[in-house]
Write a protein that binds this ligand. Structure first.
Ligand code: R5P
Length: 296
């Protein structure tokens, strides 16, 4: 399929990443034009006709309306001539709701993943929040979902900017990313535990490692309200850390997350450009290029 891919489709609000990706892959880039009617409905206009195989780039930060875009754009692309449609969704939403936390609660991870696999031939994403499952194959037909990891790239970035840093993951699920980043950067690492008590309330038990005088970098797959990182930074600085920086794959930083993180004493905030944000420091494009070229 890779050799048939000639077109990257994207939305204007992700033009920066789309341009970088299209250029790196030598693909034509075209945009889906989008109009939001007064009642909230969406009108999408795709380029016509479409080649046999297309890539659609759409990150699912602030996901709900974008999911409607996908619901419409995928079958529309097929009607316009595409036989293979690959979704590149740098941030895959709804992955944290992975068990029935409350009786009757929908396990959104399963339903969203299955639904995307029905719309697209392949779904490529980065550091999806897989905690209680090991692979996207457990929630999509085998081979459809491709999960890449930015953690080694972040680890190398951290090692260059904070030599000898101690990497700390705030909770058990961050262990997978922290280990990969530490390995890539040749850094020490440790992982804590977290109990989420509400959207903005977390109880943190950071690891009992010596942080006094050390440059600590907190690493996680995402920051949403930022409360996980804010609470961690406050504790680490209170324990005598020389500095606390933050690195995440997905810079959601909703609401007051970023100013509160700064107010907590965090020095640098770095992220990948999986989600467009002022903190973007490392590019996901080389990872995407390799994965797209390897598509069978
Ligand atoms: C979940 O455990 C994730 O890995 C993040 O730690 C979490 O989503 C961050 O959320 P918030 O920024 O709202 O604390």
């Amino acid at each position: 399929m890779a050799q048939d891919l000639t077109l990257l489709l994207a939305f204007e609000d992700e033009a920066l990443l789309a341009r970088e990706l299209a250029e790196a892959l030598g693909l034509r880039l075209d945009f889906i034009r989008r109009h939001r009617f007064p009642d909230g409905e969406l009108r999408l206009v795709l380029p016509k006709p479409l080649p046999e195989a297309v890539i659609l780039l759409r990150g699912l930060q602030q996901p709900n309306e974008k999911m409607v875009e996908l619901l419409i754009a995928a079958p529309a692309a097929r009607e316009l001539g595409a036989r293979h449609v690959v979704l590149v969704t740098p941030y895959l939403a709804y992955m944290r709701q992975d068990i029935e936390f409350t009786p009757g609660e929908a396990v959104s991870q399963r339903h969203v993943a299955r639904w995307l696999a029905q719309l697209f031939d392949r779904v490529i994403t980065l550091d999806p929040h897989l905690h209680r499952i090991a692979s996207l194959d457990e929630v999509m037909p085998p081979g459809v979902g491709i999960a890449l990891s930015v953690a080694p790239v972040l680890g190398a970035w951290i090692a260059r900017h904070v030599p000898g840093a101690l990497l700390i993951g705030p909770d058990e699920e961050s262990g997978q990313w922290v280990k990969e980043a530490a390995l890539a950067g040749g850094l020490d690492h440790a992982v804590g535990r977290k109990l989420r008590e509400g959207d903005h309330q977390v109880r943190l038990a950071l690891p009992e490692v010596e942080v006094k005088g050390r440059a600590v970098v907190l690493l996680d797959d995402m920051a949403s309200t930022g409360r996980t990182l804010i609470g961690s930074a406050e504790q680490l600085l209170a324990r005598g850390a020389a500095s606390v920086d933050v690195a995440v794959t997905h810079a959601l930083f909703n609401g007051d997350a970023l100013p509160l993180l700064k107010a907590a004493g965090v020095r640098h905030v770095w992220s990948s450009n999986a989600v467009p944000h002022e903190s973007n420091a490392v590019s996901i494009v080389p990872l995407l290029v390799d994965a797209i070229r390897a598509l069978g």
